[in-house]
Write a new protein. Structure first.
Length: 449
């Protein structure tokens, strides 16, 4: 063997072979860097913007920075777990008269998925234009036979970035959006998708804990945009106009004083944020940071894949040190992503030292993605607090100023805290070296989680 290797080393290579070898090494290093290495370090965030969540200045300041209009009016409702949101979604779909736009990451044709398939086919046969968009990776179980069956009934089915040589340079960039719109009157977004694991009400360890938010009125347009942005990417069809974005919708008031705060009207106001990997400003990250840094009393976070970047960690710790009640709810032993959990746990110690309270949900997989600030400002949608959601995925969220909605988010979190294990700082510091080693190893793949 030694003689063979020595012989290979002595074989002269032509210039073109050395050149191709050089290109191969450069390509390999480039791919590894793009997939696994973090971006260039960015300056620490800081801002002179100080405004109480719930004030007109706060909503308008956030909206101006993100270049997103403030809309007022309609209704907003938090639906906790599949027993609450699946029946409402199916009822709204059955009531469709003109259009159904349906985008989720996961779509599985199990007993839950088949209910949606049947409704899509029925409404398409009735003349409703049904557009279904799913991520090709998240919907691997939606096989060709199911897609062809829906298409035969008139459903327009599209896969986002299927496995194809043209998609190879960006195959790791997925759409994680939840954007469901019926006609132009009702919309849903949140953490759930279509699978039996979201069914139920956390009665067993197999029933995931999650939530969806149902909106009506002008807030529907923010979800509609999340759908139409990805739809034109996949099909070239620009879905716009008064049929999809009513011009006479109530409360369509960009940059107006927000509602829901003390001394103002009871109408909710909202800012919709849609992000893609091409957004260098990473608007969802900016929305979270601006929301967190202005917390005065409470900052409660619930997120299924919690690997906060340095800026998010810094603002969360700063608020805790300032006396804000900062609590974070994450999955416990029932998780579908052990490496993600291990990477997130690597930050527990520094957060606990700052006074942040961390809870791990015990009954089942906790998949919800909500944040609530000072009992009046809430952020809901598809985004996780990790690098993938901020930089690689297509995501959409809605920031809502409404005291009643925020109260429903807080009440749900209080019930979840009671079913969770709070992490004790001293006990956590005594964890074993194996767990610490796993945390550090899993941190190496943080860009891909």
């Amino acid at each position: 063997m030694t003689d063979l290797l020595n012989g290979l080393v002595d074989v002269p290579l032509p210039a073109w072979a050395w050149f191709l070898s050089f290109l191969g090494v450069v390509a390999l290093v480039g791919v590894i860097g793009a997939l696994f290495l973090p971006d260039w370090a960015s300056p620490a965030f800081h801002s002179a913007f100080e405004a109480a969540p719930g004030s007109s200045e706060f909503a308008m300041g956030v909206a101006a920075f993100l270049d997103s209009p403030v809309v007022r009016g309609g209704t907003v409702e938090l639906l906790q777990n599949g027993d609450a949101f699946y029946p409402r979604m199916l009822a709204d779909l059955r009531a469709a008269r003109r259009t159904i736009h349906f985008q989720v990451y996961i779509f599985e044709p199990d007993e839950i998925g088949r209910q949606f398939i049947e409704v899509f086919e029925q409404k398409a046969r009735e003349g409703v234009k049904v557009r279904l968009l799913v991520d090709a990776f998240g919907a691997l179980k939606l096989k060709k036979k199911w897609r062809e069956q829906m298409e035969a009934a008139g459903v327009d089915v599209q896969l986002f970035r299927p496995l194809d040589h043209r998609n190879l340079p960006r195959i790791f960039k997925r759409t994680h959006r939840r954007a469901i719109v019926v006609d132009d009157r009702v919309a849903y977004t949140g953490g759930a998708a279509v699978s039996k694991k979201w069914a139920g009400d956390v009665r067993t360890k197999h029933e995931w804990r999650d939530s969806m938010t149902r909106v009506t009125g002008p807030m529907v347009a923010t979800v509609q945009t999340a759908f139409t942005n990805n739809w034109v990417y996949c099909t070239g069809e620009l879905v716009t106009g008064s049929c999809f974005y009513p011009l006479d919708g109530p409360g369509d008031l960009p940059m107006t004083p927000s509602g829901g705060g003390e001394g103002r009207g009871a109408e909710p106001c909202a800012i919709g944020v849609v992000s893609s990997p091409a957004d260098s400003a990473q608007p969802i990250r900016m929305l979270f940071w601006l929301s967190f840094c202005n917390a005065r009393r409470r900052l409660w976070l619930c997120n299924s894949y919690f690997i906060p970047d340095e800026n998010i960690r810094a603002v969360v710790k700063d608020r805790a040190r300032a006396g804000v009640d900062v609590r974070i709810l994450v999955p416990g032993d029932h998780t579908d992503a052990v490496p993600v959990q291990a990477a997130g746990r690597a930050f527990y110690e520094e957060l606990l030292e700052a006074g942040v309270r961390i809870y791990e949900f015990q009954p089942s997989m906790m998949h919800a993605k909500t944040a609530v600030v000072d009992g009046v400002w809430s952020v809901v949608g598809s985004a996780n607090l990790d690098e993938r959601s901020m930089e690689l995925n297509e995501e959409n969220v809605i920031a809502v100023e409404d005291a009643a909605f925020a109260r429903s988010v807080e009440e749900g979190l209080e019930r979840d805290f009671a079913r969770s294990k709070e992490i004790d700082r001293e006990e956590w510091k005594r964890r074993g070296w194996r767990q610490r080693a796993m945390e550090r190893c899993c941190m190496l793949l943080i860009e891909q989680y």
